[in-house]
Design a protein around this ligand. Structure first.
Ligand code: AMP
Ligand code: ZN
Length: 491
């Protein structure tokens, strides 16, 4: 099989670029493989993540899996923001963590712990691989202070409210955002005394007379770090500047990442953005948004779209992963329950197709029958993570008939390594729609269906029909002869 070079869309240049690792290793020496170092902006743990947030991590997971699949030794860091992220991405509003802690009358540490665990549960449910490290912002306060001290003199100025970064001190500020006005984004609220509208806080002082739950001493007074500083520091510290790839949602292209880049430029102390290295990472990648018409994506809406809500409504979480993979990460994806149902059905078909391979031992995947699908898969994934086409290649491979099960298993395993749908770990029963608020248990349904089967065997159609009617009133649709083998469905 021909090896296809990996091309990724770099938001910095708005171009597809061939991935060239910063640490290429020593060719031919397995002890020194080429490396890929990736930093992903993680959640702010003040609330449950919504499924849009989780799209960002499914994307980062597919990127990481692809790099591993291509033979790179992957070091992936995802941070946990437990301080510093304000209700507005630019320096306005309150600290999200402080605000939630006050609302719930709990300590920030408890809030952070609860929502970090909830996020990790979603990560697990979506079969997102564990990164090499989860870096928690509050574990890096010392390093943040060191970083800030290094850039303060040349790039920052102090106001009553904190230490601010002067964006005019770095070349080409905002190139990533492609901001049209040099006054920065309209969303940026004026802080009295800021030199440029886009200047941002590196350190936020606690206002006199106030006490924050999270605050530390600094040369600029007691206070807390700015959100942008955190990611610069953890990325640089854990992966070394420059590292290979930095990811986040597309909203980060406007404020958070331009600010991180400005700090990195200041820290790396060289000649502006012309050299990709100075922005901290060679490639900046952004997933587009998951959107929903009725506004349920907003965490301020009562019942917002959490993964748990999907599960409670009876959908297996991996149906949502499938939904994400069906769209290219750079396209907007519209959420709908019908769309989720279709993704579930597609997943179910795949799970049924791998059933005969379950006990097969994977052998060599390089068999001519599978060559076209494997070529198609490799080309699609290498073309900026083209998961929608990769999925069709997987389906075509699943449809190949009269072939040794071990070979087929090896082919599917290979594609699964990238897509992570856990096809061999799921059964068709796992994928049955089972809402939490159903009035009848699965055991009761199975029992009723067994009684109905017996009645039919006896040609007692009156009993069989009445069991069916009874099930219907309980919201169970009996699906005789369903080609997908669902047998029944809870409405
Ligand atoms: P936050 O916890 O708000 O910092 O967001 C976590 C991640 O989710 C970030 O990478 C955001 O850019 C991303 N994100 C936020 N909303 C959406 C959405 N609707 N669709 C996809 N990604 C999103
Ligand atoms: Zn970040």
């Amino acid at each position: 099989m021909t090896t296809v070079p990996l091309k990724l869309f770099n938001s910095l240049t708005r171009k597809l670029e061939e991935f060239q690792p910063v640490h290429p290793g020593v060719p031919g020496d397995p002890a020194q493989p080429p490396e890929a170092r990736v930093y992903t902006c993680g959640p702010t743990v003040y609330n449950y993540p919504h499924i849009g947030n989780m799209r960002a991590y499914v994307f980062a997971d597919v990127l990481g899996r692809t790099l591993s699949w291509k033979g790179y030794k992957l070091t992936h860091v995802i941070n946990i923001t437990d301080v510093g992220h304000l209700t507005d991405d630019a320096d306005a509003g309150e600290d999200k963590m402080e605000k939630m802690a006050a609302e719930k009358a709990q300590s920030i540490w408890d809030i952070a712990k609860h929502y970090t665990e909830a996020y990790w549960a979603d990560v697990k449910a979506l079969n997102i691989r564990q990164p090499a490290q989860w870096s928690v912002a509050t574990d890096y306060i010392e390093e943040m202070l060191d970083f800030a001290k290094q850039i303060a003199l040349k790039h920052c100025y102090e106001l009553d409210s904190g230490l601010y970064f002067d964006v005019s001190t770095v070349e080409d500020y905002g190139r990533l955002a492609r901001a049209v006005t040099d006054e920065g984004e309209g969303r940026i609220e004026a802080v009295e005394g800021k030199r440029n509208a886009a200047d941002f806080a590196i350190w936020r002082k606690t206002p006199p007379g106030e006490k924050r739950q999270m605050e530390w001493d600094s040369p600029w007074g007691r206070g807390a770090p700015g959100w942008h500083l955190e990611c610069s520091v953890m990325g640089g510290k854990l992966l070394g500047f420059p590292f290979d790839i930095h990811t986040g949602g597309i909203d980060h292209r406007e404020i958070h990442h331009p600010n991180e880049i400005a700090q990195n430029q200041a820290f790396c102390c060289t000649d502006g953005l012309g050299v990709a290295e100075n922005s901290g990472a060679r490639i900046w990648m952004h997933n587009n948004f998951l959107v929903e018409r009725s506004g349920k994506m907003s965490k301020s809406a009562g019942e917002f779209l959490r993964l748990q809500l999907l599960i409670d409504k009876g959908y297996h979480p991996l149906a949502y992963r499938m939904m994400c993979l069906q769209a290219h990460y750079r396209s907007e994806l519209e959420f709908s329950w019908e769309g989720l149902g279709a993704a579930l059905t597609r997943l179910k078909r795949m799970v049924m197709a791998v059933e005969p391979l379950r006990d097969a031992e994977a052998s060599d995947p390089s068999h001519p029958k599978f060559a076209p699908m494997r070529e198609k898969f490799a080309a699609a994934i290498s073309d900026d993570l083209g998961t929608p086409i990769a999925l069709t290649a997987l389906e075509e491979a699943l449809a190949v008939k009269k072939v040794d099960a071990g070979i087929k298993r090896a082919v599917i395993d290979d594609m699964e390594a990238v897509l992570g749908l856990n096809l061999f770990g799921l059964t068709r029963v796992d994928l049955r729609i089972r809402p939490k608020d159903a009035q009848i248990t699965e055991a009761e349904i199975e029992d009723a269906l067994a009684r109905r089967k017996a009645a039919r065997a006896e040609k007692d159609f009156a009993t069989s029909d009445s069991i069916r009617d009874e099930l219907t009133t309980m919201g169970v649709e009996v699906m005789d002869g369903d080609p997908l083998g669902w047998e029944w469905k809870l409405g």
